[in-house]
Design a protein around this ligand. Structure first.
Ligand SMILES: Cc1cc2nc3c(=O)[nH]c(=O)nc-3n(C[C@H](O)[C@H](O)[C@H](O)COP(=O)(O)OP(=O)(O)OC[C@H]3O[C@@H](n4cnc5c(N)ncnc54)[C@H](O)[C@@H]3O)c2cc1C
Length: 471
């Protein structure tokens, strides 16, 4: 099979007529939010129905009752967390993974502190009831009640996961080590289940509660099995992707070209990303997210990667023929979220990758699209020829802003434009920016500044779409 033509990858078949594009109806977000609050309300209602608010005659009863509600809400949030991170398409597309990761942290912390409160309150309650020392009571509860030893092991897993997710601890760990430890959360959730089933008053007393909890547990487990394991495996086998070429694009930046079968059957759009596993040793177990840097075709995909660590660096050494496993596509940075005809693409550094693909795929007339690309210097500008060719062919505007950062304030502009305010500069480059959709991708601080500039320039929040490269 011919892989290369003049040292470049064989030409892609640009005949992709995608049958399934990602859609993101605006009501999905509200539906997910509503379902989350509804589940908390159901838990509270079940607790009230079980006499939660009436069992408060003595401190002991109060401890036990509050211990029950904190445990129930904590378990509910734990399962909501699993669902949030299960890559359920409706949830993933409604929020995007960066926003989900933020919510996951918030829900996770709340669930963890409620779990600690549950343990303390239940122990104090039983200690009061049995007139025992709290430590002795904790030991008795652990060894005498069914499922409690497993629950203690589950709690230890969750403590480990929470402790290693604290900013300072996480900064000291390699991403892969942190991620591996984080998977113990699933074990923790699984080990906590039996004590809830076997000893939880709400499970034992109410048929309604039993149905609710079993449904939630089954939904969480099912979502993980289907969307985190089943579908990625199925897509990897069905599309049979492999590397055709690795092409240098600039200092420390390479494009990886891949080919596969029936890619038009993937619900994918330019601007989205996959988690990629290149099936070489030792890289096979390590998945990394990279955005498509060219519009997908029916038989090719391309990513472009900057060397930012061990694994991204190792992509430069990938050999043609390497098999590729995929998880995705994910991400909200695609034409499906567009709300207006006019579009500004704001790219910082390697954040150009998804926006380069979007520029290619967005439906547009002459003058509809402006791409503003911010790089430190000319050497760091990648895809210059491609961008010039694409913008000329599509009648789009290309503005490349070079130079070091503005020294004394967080800004998306280069130092040379420091006299301008961030929003005034944006309005000067794109006078009707307030009528545009704005897609932003780049380093986190740069994106924050760019997003603020767009807001200040009159772009409504709903018309700003971002993809963060670090969560
Ligand atoms: C949605 C998304 C799209 C991205 N698209 C591109 C792209 O098109 N081109 C590009 O060059 N880079 C992209 N990145 C960044 C890229 O994933 C990281 O640079 C890469 O994973 C670094 O891995 P490493 O082992 O080389 O470095 P490490 O030193 O292991 O990691 C450096 C940092 O990268 C992040 N990271 C590492 N692995 C993961 C992971 N599995 N999931 C989430 N974050 C991780 C962490 O913040 C970590 O601190 C993207 C990131 C995200 C989240």
């Amino acid at each position: 099979m011919t892989l290369f033509t003049d040292g470049r990858p064989a030409a892609a078949t640009h005949d992709r007529a995608p049958q399934r594009r990602p859609v993101t109806p605006s009501w999905w977000r509200d539906a997910v939010s509503l379902a989350t609050w509804a589940s908390l309300l159901i838990v509270a209602a079940l607790w009230l129905r079980g006499g939660g608010a009436t069992d408060l005659d003595s401190p002991t009863q109060t401890y036990l009752s509050l211990g029950r509600i904190t445990g129930l809400v904590s378990a509910d949030l734990l399962l909501i967390q699993v669902l949030l991170m299960a890559r359920v398409p409706m949830i993933e597309r409604a929020y995007g993974q960066d926003e989900l990761a933020r919510r996951h942290r918030l829900v996770g912390c709340t669930s963890f502190f409620l779990m600690v409160a549950h343990i303390v309150l239940i122990t104090l309650g039983y200690a009061g009831q049995d007139a025992r020392n709290a430590i002795v009571e904790a030991w008795r509860l652990t060894v005498d009640y069914p499922g409690m030893l497993l629950a203690v092991a589950g709690t230890a897993c969750l403590v480990l996961v929470t402790a290693t997710s604290i900013k300072r601890a996480r900064a000291k760990l390699r991403y892969e080590s942190w991620h591996l430890l984080h998977l113990y959360a699933y074990l923790g959730v699984g080990l906590a289940l039996p004590h809830q089933l076997w000893t939880g008053q709400d499970f034992l007393d109410s048929h309604l509660a039993t149905v609710y909890w079993w449904t939630l547990w089954a939904a969480a487990a099912g979502a993980v099995i289907v969307w985190r394991i089943g579908i990625p495996l199925h897509r990897t086998l069905r599309h049979d992707l492999w590397v055709t070429a690795v092409v240098p694009e600039g200092p420390g930046v390479v494009s990886v070209h891949m080919t596969g079968r029936q890619l038009d059957r993937l619900p994918i759009a330019a601007g989205q990303f996959f988690t990629w596993r290149f099936l070489t040793r030792p890289g096979a177990s390590k998945g990394h997210p990279y955005s498509l840097s060219a519009a997908p075709t029916s038989n090719t995909l391309r990513i472009t990667v900057k060397d930012l660590g061990d694994d991204s660096r190792s992509l430069a050494r990938l050999r043609p023929g390497t098999r590729v496993a995929i998880e995705g596509p994910y991400g909200r940075l695609h034409a499906g979220v567009r709300t207006r005809r006019k579009v500004t693409l704001l790219a910082g550094g390697i954040g150009i990758t998804p926006l380069r693909a979007l520029l290619e795929e967005l439906a547009q007339g002459p003058g509809d699209v402006t791409l503003i690309y911010r790089a430190r210097n000319e050497a760091e500008v990648i895809f210059r020829r491609e961008l010039e060719t694409l913008t000329a062919a599509r009648g789009a505007h290309l503005v490349i802003l070079l130079g070091p950062r503005v020294p004394d304030r967080a800004s998306w502009l280069p130092a040379e434009a420091a006299a301008w305010s961030d929003s005034a500069a944006l309005r000067t480059i794109v006078p009707d920016i307030a009528d545009h959709d704005v897609f932003i991708c780049g380093a986190t601080a740069w994106m924050d500044a760019a997003q603020q500039a767009a807001l200040d320039a009159g772009v409504p929040a709903a018309a700003i779409h971002v993809e963060r490269f670090s969560w």
